[in-house]
Design a protein. Structure first.
Ligand code: 4AD
Ligand code: MG
Length: 566
């Protein structure tokens, strides 16, 4: 924390005593960070009257109940403000419970010698209290496991760990926009609902209203059953009868009035019949045609999905605005129960025109380094929390990555290294040219062999997506994966195949239908351009930075097989 390196109070106070502590702009209080985040740890603003709000981390009554200490946190920084309340100001029993929300006014004071705080708040007035029943509050003061907290995703932001991760996540998002904006990239919002499968891996969640429609109809038909055949027959007979009545009146030269009254009855009978016939056609269940689901009756009149990647759509903008990126949620219906996979995760995807695979690697490396340096510059207090509680090496790792060059090796060389290593250690998955590298292989390369981020490039075309540029050897594609310690694959990217004939053949070769990709092929038909891009798994970046073990703890609301709370 900044307090550790602060100069002695006396030196600071002459410079800072006059600084009025700034109120938060859109709420009636001072952020705790504004007080404790100062280089002097808050000592320089002692004597000032402030209003603060937050949740009690720990509280204890002292002096036989004559006053209480509260450790108050408002999420603006990892540090707590020490708050002292006299029993003459408010009843203390309620205030000291962990989880209680308090909004108070008081004076900042320099605490007595020998305490670790540089400043504390003496409360004059309690404005509001959000009480907690300690017998029921699910998050007691004791140390809770991250796994336990997953059952309380709505309350876990109140914990030190989840709030530190939230601030780091926020910082990485800000850093992402800063990096790409600084380099002239345009932020493009790609769709969440899509009709194209980017990775061609068939791991998409379907978006459909056919099921709700079917359920609605089923309920409606129970309440209001469809007409029976006999009902329809009876309605038909009535139409015949009324028709005959009109004919009879006409041939009997009845009065105009009589005829038109009879015609009106006939019309009514016909309308009734057509209504009944319509309803008789209603069938419960999902609409079918030729033995298949009839998607022409679905919301979009075709099959639609949640996107697995914004790449294909962002390419349309790269092929017009040249340097672009998208940053949004992506969805994969893979049944991976690992600590590195989510069903909903966020991806940062730049796409650069006039760039080859080398430019792509340079961009990926510069971006990851920028993120690491950003955390060192802007989130050191939260990173120190991570070092203390989760991963001793987290800050060193950021420093190392921010300052050293990434190793770059071809897939072929990587396999040779792994084959050599396999003579001495056991991998669960066999290594040979042509396999997709397993997580254990990736981690061996980055954690054991090189002890540094590694970019592996030129993968066999058989294991990579259709859009990747086929190399001259016709065996490999210009793909690249960035592998980092703790995580394995952090980034996947490639140069894109810009040759129309080649990419068309690749789509067919992979057994994919051409029709949904026609628009994508247009980018190659008209004004095609060399271009490249990549996708960084945002949660994997947070895992890498924080040293947290499970990806479910670095996204606010994790979704994975069997689980989607809130
Ligand atoms: O390697 P992937 O599948 O690449 C793409 O989707 C490309 N279309 C990106 C592009 O070129 N624009 O995914 C990119 C990254 C992976 O490297 C990994 O970090 C992350 O996304 N990722 C996941 N993160 C969490 N949970 C999952 N199920 C993930 N699948 C991929
Ligand atoms: Mg990949």
């Amino acid at each position: 924390m900044a307090a550790e390196s602060a100069p002695p109070v006396e030196q600071m106070s002459s410079v800072t005593l006059n600084d009025a502590v700034e109120e938060a702009q859109f709420s009636k209080r001072v952020l705790i960070r504004t007080i404790l985040g100062r280089p002097d740890g808050g000592a320089g603003v002692a004597g000032q009257k402030v209003r603060v709000g937050g949740w009690v981390k720990t509280g204890r009554e002292q002096g036989k109940g004559s006053f209480a200490f509260l450790e108050l946190n408002d999420g603006s920084c990892p540090a707590n403000l020490q708050v002292i309340i006299d029993s003459s100001v408010a009843p203390l029993g309620q205030l000291v419970q962990t989880g209680t929300c308090v909004h108070v006014e008081g004076e900042l004071k320099v605490p007595p010698e020998g305490t670790k705080q540089r400043v504390e708040l003496r409360v004059h007035k309690v404005l509001d209290v959000g009480a907690v029943d300690p017998a029921k509050y699910p998050l007691p003061k004791t140390r809770l496991t991250l796994e336990f907290l997953r059952d309380y995703v709505h309350l876990r932001p109140r914990t030190n760990t989840i709030s530190a991760i939230a601030r780091i996540r926020n910082a990485l998002a800000y850093a992402t926009h800063t990096f790409f904006q600084k380099h002239g990239f345009l932020y493009v919002h790609t769709p969440i609902i899509t009709t194209s499968d980017c990775e061609g891996a068939g791991e998409m969640f379907q978006v459909t209203t056919l099921i709700n429609d079917a359920e609605k109809l089923e309920k409606e038909l129970i309440k209001n059953p469809p007409p029976s055949e006999a009902d329809v027959e009876a309605a038909k007979s009535l139409v015949t009868e009324k028709g005959e009545a009109v004919a009879q009146l006409k041939s009997a030269k009845a009065s105009k009035q009589e005829i038109s009254a009879s015609v009106a009855e006939l019309t009514k009978a016909k309308e009734n019949l057509s209504k009944l016939e319509e309803r008789a056609k209603l069938k419960p269940g999902i609409p079918q045609k030729d033995g298949k689901i009839d998607y022409s009756q679905d919301f979009f009149a075709r099959q639609a999905f949640l996107t697995v990647s914004g790449q294909l759509q962002v390419e349309t903008f790269a092929c017009a605005l040249s340097s672009v990126y998208t940053f949004g949620p992506t969805f994969r219906a893979e049944h991976s129960h690992t600590s590195r996979h989510l069903a909903e995760f966020w991806m940062v995807e730049p796409e650069i025109a006039f760039a080859d695979i080398k430019d792509d690697m340079n961009c990926a490396e510069a971006y990851v380094k920028f993120l690491c340096q950003w955390l060192l510059d802007n989130c050191l207090d939260d990173m120190e929390f991570m070092v203390k509680n989760f991963d001793k090496g987290a800050i060193d790792r950021l420093r190392m990555v921010a300052s050293s060059d990434f190793v770059r090796i071809s897939y072929t060389d990587a396999v040779a290294i792994l084959e050599e290593a396999a003579k001495e250690r056991k991998f669960e998955n066999k290594v040979e040219w042509g396999i997709d590298l397993a997580s254990e292989h990736e981690r061996y390369l980055t954690e054991v062999k090189f002890k540094s981020p590694v970019i592996v490039y030129n993968y066999p075309k058989g294991i990579k997506a259709f859009y990747m540029k086929v190399n001259e050897d016709n065996k490999t594609v210009a793909a690249m994966d960035v592998l980092v310690p703790k995580v394995g694959e952090l980034i996947g990217g490639s140069q894109r195949e810009e040759r129309y004939e080649v990419i068309k053949d690749r789509i067919l070769e992979m057994g994919l239908p051409l029709e949904p990709y026609e628009w994508y092929l247009d980018l190659r038909r008209y004004g095609t351009v060399m271009h490249s891009g990549f996708g960084l798994g945002f949660e994997r970046m947070i895992l890498f930075a924080t040293g947290i073990d499970n990806i479910r703890d670095v996204i606010p609301f994790p979704r994975y097989p069997g689980r989607a709370d809130l």
